[in-house]
Unconditional design. Structure first.
Length: 219
């Protein structure tokens, strides 16, 4: 049920200020992480801290991206959707920083070892699949590309609902448990996915009923 009868709007100044704060935090935090890591200020295992922080915050941004659409309907207001592309891009930035940290600092740019790790560790394959999909969404997030792709654009960007379970599976697998910290992310993910899953079920039911009617009519 919508929170308000009339949608609210940010002023141009308010929207730009909020976007500026998001840019400042997202860029500032990842820059600080690498600066602190290089200067050995991230504890006894700075590489592991860098890997964990960039990966965890990629999931945070991903969950936030998925929150914007239901939030826009609940308020109701189109304003949250003005931030979806930006936060989606930062999801990819942090996910890519997560991979880069692993390859550069953990594996020391040993590409033979990188290939071996990808083949031998299934959770890395799952994470790479999520990252490649994120790259596809980021590369096609521009309005000009959206217009050129037409309906295909929406189909591609619906893959965000596949990216979430892939990312959470990668995270849980890397932590070697689905409990403790990962279970909370799964719970939040299920809450965010539940309206979409309900919509998929209704669509499936309608298609099944239509197919049944068509088959009965044919006979």
């Amino acid at each position: 049920m919508p929170l308000r009868k009339k949608p609210f709007r940010f002023s141009i100044w308010q929207r730009r200020s909020l976007k500026g704060l998001i840019h400042l935090f997202a860029l500032g935090y990842v820059a600080w992480l690498f600066f602190a890591g290089i200067n050995d200020q991230l504890g006894p295992d700075p590489v592991n801290t860098l890997i964990n922080e960039t990966g965890t915050w990629a999931i945070h941004f991903l969950l936030l991206t998925l929150t914007l659409s239901p939030l826009a309907k609940w308020l109701p207001s189109p304003e949250p959707m003005q931030f979806r592309r930006m936060i989606g891009v930062y999801t990819f930035v942090y996910a890519f920083a997560h991979l880069l940290t692993y390859i550069v600092f953990e594996l020391q740019l040993d590409m033979a070892l990188v290939a071996s790790e990808i083949v031998s560790r299934p959770y890395i394959i799952v994470g790479m699949a999520a990252l490649l999909l994120l790259f596809a969404l980021t590369a096609t997030s521009f309005k000009r590309i959206q217009r050129n792709m037409g309906r295909k654009w929406q189909k591609l960007h619906n893959s965000i609902y596949l990216i979430l379970p892939l990312a959470l599976l990668h995270f849980s697998w890397s932590q070697k448990t689905f409990w403790q910290e990962p279970v909370w992310y799964w719970m939040i993910g299920l809450i965010l996915m539940s309206p979409r899953m309900k919509q998929w079920y209704v669509t499936y039911q309608k298609k099944s009923q239509k197919k049944s009617r068509d088959e009965n009519a044919a006979t």
